[in-house]
Design a protein around this ligand. Structure first.
Ligand SMILES: *Cc1c(COP(=O)(O)O)cnc(C)c1O
Length: 417
């Protein structure tokens, strides 16, 4: 969304306010051109003979977004059997779906096998059960490289106390299990967490994966996970993809030479591909001046955008209705009956009741983390694609809230007694 001739526009021609008018607010808007730009940027940064991007779809699972990524050549990284099923529905081939669960039931793994998708195992006891039941089904093994990285403790998943992956110190044990059950290990994987700022951190993890890979024969891919940090504000630090790409490509090619075959290098970004494509637009219900603060209270809350409260994430906020007004200082809050603050003391162009605010970086982990808390409907979602705005998810209704509730027929009678 850029400011041009005094108004904001998407993808060079679409007016976000027109989308609000047509589909109501609050609404999520995604710009497919940005998804494409990000995909291409990562693809261009890597120079190895075989490279595969697997989109981590928990960031945003709308089927149209999945189809766009499929069309770009992406595979899929999934963390639940339902995500696997969505991926298959969107047209991904089983071989292009990696299932990377943690602490799921063995039945989910059995289902994944029945679909023929790639299975990534992150626990020695599961590896034993799996190898016992499916001796011929190739597996990927998730290694924990014990690197502390990530924007906050909830998304930092590669450190020593993390529940994710198999410690690289336990590799001798893994090798014994693999040998005794004759398990076919096709790939190794690591994912150190989100919001990694330092390319060096990535490369340290990569070195551990390379060293570990030398201990397994017949590998066809190495998956380096994700965690690329995207900018959240003007001049914000972000992962230098080009620097990372150049460094990892060089090391990967050297590794392949040592290993004696050309493996596929994989990355599985979520945020990097879709975060910046998304905007969350909500109407200002009230402007409330207290003794110390000017609040802008919007027609939404942590039920629709929980990242600021859950992760203390920063989302830029702009007033789409008044792009060039004089700036003032606002604290932007929601309507939920507990503290749901989107931003404190933000400089925003003057806000009037009824104005539409846009939250940036709303493509990843926003709509997929939305809930019906306070019995609110989840918002509509719109995809801007090649200059056209398409409704890709309708706003919920009372019917949706009641869909799975069951009224006990005799309840009224018994309560009346
Ligand atoms: C969530 C997740 C990702 C994506 O992380 P981003 O920070 O969104 O890029 C990748 N791999 C695995 C295994 C994940 O759980």
């Amino acid at each position: 969304m850029i400011l041009k001739d005094g108004r904001y526009e998407l993808s060079g021609q679409v007016d976000p306010l027109a989308i609000c008018e047509e589909h109501g607010c609050p609404v999520y808007i995604y710009d497919s051109a940005i998804i494409k730009r990000q995909y291409k940027r990562l693809a261009d940064a890597i120079s190895v003979p075989h490279f595969q991007i697997n989109y981590a779809c928990k960031a945003l699972t709308n089927i149209n977004v999945l189809r766009i990524l499929n069309n770009l050549g992406s595979g899929l990284d999934t963390v639940s059997i339902q995500e696997v099923e969505l991926g298959l529905k969107a047209g991904f081939l089983p071989k292009d779906i990696v299932y990377t669960p943690n602490c799921v039931s063995f039945e989910e793994l059995e289902k994944a096998v029945s679909y023929g998708v790639r299975v990534n195992i992150d626990n020695i006891s599961i590896l034993e059960q799996f190898g016992d039941k499916y001796p011929d089904y190739p597996v990927c093994i998730r290694i924990n490289p014990h690197i502390y990285a990530g924007g906050n403790s909830k998304i930092s998943v590669g450190h020593i106390d993390s529940k994710f992956g198999i410690s690289f110190h336990q590799i001798p044990l893994v090798k014994r299990v693999v040998k005794s059950l004759d398990i076919k290990v096709e790939g190794l994987h690591m994912h150190t967490g989100s919001d990694i700022l330092d390319v060096e951190v990535f490369l340290q993890g990569a070195d551990i994966l390379f060293n570990t890979a030398m201990e397994f024969e017949g590998l066809t891919y190495l998956d380096f996970g994700s965690g690329f940090k995207v900018p959240y504000k003007l001049n914000d630090i972000s992962t230098d993809i080009e620097e990372l790409g150049a460094n990892i490509s060089k090391r990967f090619n050297k590794f392949c030479e040592n290993y004696g075959s050309d493996l596929t290098l994989m990355f599985e970004p979520g945020k990097f591909l879709v975060s910046e494509s998304g905007y969350f637009l909500a109407k200002v219900n009230v402007v409330k001046q207290t003794l110390s603060t000017v609040f802008a209270g919007i027609d939404s809350g942590l039920n629709h955008l929980i990242r600021p409260m859950f992760y203390a994430s920063h989302h830029e906020i702009v007033n789409v209705s008044n792009p060039e007004g004089k700036s003032r200082i606002y604290t932007v809050v929601g309507y939920i009956c507990e503290t749901d603050t989107f931003g404190v003391n933000r400089k925003i162009t003057e806000i009037k009741e009824g104005d539409i605010l846009a939250f940036k970086n709303a493509g990843a982990y926003c709509s997929t983390m939305a809930s019906n808390y306070n019995s609110r409907y989840r918002p509509a979602e719109v995809l801007v694609h090649e200059g056209q705005a398409h409704l890709i998810k309708r706003r919920e209704t009372m019917e949706d809230l009641l869909r799975n509730q069951i009224e006990v027929p005799t309840l009224e009678k018994s309560l009346a007694q």
